[in-house]
Design a binder for this molecule. Structure first.
Ligand SMILES: *Cc1c(COP(=O)(O)O)cnc(C)c1O
Length: 235
């Protein structure tokens, strides 16, 4: 193992331990939480190191960066977690398994068309990103639009509604944010469970707040800096 791999292995062990402890405190099984390693700003070599260490799920937030990494590191599931321009839908549908940041009807339409043309074996997974504080600029559907976006996803044969995602607003406590998201998730599950399954994913929790997210039912934590190190401000 090179020095970088050893460092990532130690970070990974610490993150897995945090997840296990949070699950214990929440009375949940550790297997009920999937670690999505967010590798933005770090090179494809680090993604390969994570894969070698057993990480199966990798997240990126910009298509320009994600597309070449996905081509360089096969054998992991790619999660797109950032704000997505409609003109990038084509590219993203070519490599991503799941898009966590679906926040408008127009983006649903673009992703549905893109997934159809990509001739995928399986539908493209989609989570509705929720703007918990109804801030229109930071990404996420306004809370009043979430069910409409979810409904549009279920109407597409090329997409599969998996659940909801959010980033805790800066000026909220994580408990407040993730508690609201859990309530939103319950509504979405109740309304949209059916023949194609239950949209029971809750994508919530990052390096600094994963414990609170797990306490409130997160099924997918998106962790970057705790695994790979602090990013430079540009990232
Ligand atoms: C960067 C990013 C993360 C990871 O954040 P860390 O604080 O580095 O763990 C999670 N989710 C999204 C949407 C991100 O852009």
């Amino acid at each position: 193992m090179d020095a970088r791999t050893e460092q990532i292995a130690a970070n990974l062990a610490a993150v897995r331990e945090r997840i296990a402890t949070a699950c214990r405190n929440a009375g949940r099984e550790p297997e009920s939480v999937t670690l999505v390693a967010v590798t933005k700003t770090y090179p494809a070599e680090d993604v390969a190191r994570l894969a070698e260490l057993g990480v199966r799920d990798v997240g990126e937030n910009r298509d320009q960066e994600a597309a070449p990494k996905a081509a360089a590191v096969p054998g992991v599931r790619w999660h797109f977690v950032g704000q997505l321009q409609r003109n990038k839908a084509r590219s993203v549908a070519g490599y991503a398994d799941v898009v966590h940041s679906v926040d408008s009807l127009r983006l649903v339409e673009a992703l549905s068309d893109a997934a159809a043309r990509a001739e995928r074996d399986t539908p493209l997974g989609a989570l509705v990103q929720v703007s918990l504080d109804d801030d229109e600029h930071r990404g996420g559907a306004l809370t009043g639009q979430v069910e409409k976006v979810a409904e549009a996803i279920t109407a597409s044969p090329h997409l599969r509604l998996l659940g909801v995602m959010a980033v805790a607003p800066l000026d909220w406590t994580p408990d407040e944010a993730f508690g609201r998201l859990a309530a939103m998730s319950a509504r979405i599950r109740q309304r949209f469970s059916g023949a194609h399954g239950e949209p029971d994913w809750i994508s919530a929790g990052m390096s600094d707040d994963l414990e609170s997210a797990i306490l409130h039912g997160s099924t997918h934590v998106r962790v970057g800096s705790a695994l790979l190190g602090k990013r430079t401000p540009l990232g």
